[in-house]
Ligand binder design. Structure first.
Ligand SMILES: [Zn+2]
Length: 285
């Protein structure tokens, strides 16, 4: 298949999946189970991104199982595509975990410790007025410096950008950008994640004018924006940690920390390479 046609086909499938994931996330916030919603809302058979049959579960792997560290990826990096991204191109078994918000300092620290222990690579989408980032800034700085962690923009106060004025959209994005620069010495450009996944042409245009030309949505979720059990998160991880997926998690509640060994095991078993967005994409100058 022509590569451009393939990517277009891929994108159309992804948009459906992304919408399902957004809907599940919002239902989760409403107190409904995102797990049961997503179990019914799986991507249709037309998507080229779902391997068949699905990988086997990792039930034989215990907390004592020891794996080698994740490799530093050596990829032929490509320019950041314009517009929204929800998954990764190619078929190299890449997996981008993106973790949002930061309501729980304990959870951010747990992710940082996991990265240090395993060599895992990930992107945080930072809501800059949430306390977890300052609380862990020294450890985060080291992991940013080593390239294992990337910081991106998830606004200043987590407003639904489609429902606020132009000026508030600007304030939300520039507030977070200033925080990232002042605290970690990095820019989030061009990556931002609109809170709740809410984005329209107006928001996208304002963001692009501020250097945020790549909204990042997702193709699979841990369903953990609200409090849920480790068992629910593991089921979601089992469902969604698949090649070339951008998966969303949240640093809001600690139960996900009980799942990190399981997540590590899934990635090794499925031969997935965890990456930051910078590992694959060259940022615009
Ligand atoms: Zn969020």
């Amino acid at each position: 298949m022509d590569r451009r046609l393939f990517l277009t086909t891929l994108a159309s499938g992804i948009l459906v999946a992304g919408a399902a994931a957004v809907a599940a996330n919002e239902l989760g916030k409403a107190g409904l189970s995102p797990f049961s919603v997503l179990s019914d809302g799986r991507i249709g058979s037309g998507s080229p991104n779902i391997p068949s049959p699905r990988p086997t579960p990792t039930s034989s792997i215990t907390n004592e199982t020891v794996f080698s560290r994740f490799a530093v990826p050596r990829l032929n990096r490509i320019p950041v595509p314009g517009g929204t991204i929800s998954s990764l191109p190619g078929n190299e078994g890449l997996l981008a975990l993106t973790v949002d918000d930061g309501a729980s300092a304990e959870t951010v620290k747990g992710y940082c410790d996991f990265v240090e222990r395993t060599g895992f690579r990930m992107t945080f989408f930072v809501t800059s007025t949430y306390g977890a980032w300052d609380a862990n800034k020294d450890q985060l700085r080291k992991l940013i410096e080593s390239g294992h962690v990337q910081m991106a923009n998830h606004t200043s106060t987590h407003k639904a950008l489609t429902k606020v004025s132009d000026g508030e959209v600007v304030d939300e994005l520039t507030g977070c950008e200033s925080y990232l620069r002042n605290t970690f010495g990095v820019s989030g450009h061009p990556y931002f994640r609109p809170p709740f996944g809410y984005i329209d042409d107006r928001v996208a245009n304002i963001a692009a004018g501020l250097g945020y030309s790549t909204p990042v949505l997702w193709y699979g979720t841990f369903g953990d924006a609200g409090r849920c059990t480790p068992e629910q998160i593991q089921a979601m991880a089992d469902q969604w940690l698949l090649p070339e997926h951008i998966v969303i998690g949240h640093a809001n509640f600690p139960p996900v920390l009980d799942c990190l060994n399981y997540i590590e095991a899934i990635l090794h078993q499925r031969k997935l390479q965890p990456i930051t967005l910078d590992d694959l994409y060259v940022r615009n100058a």
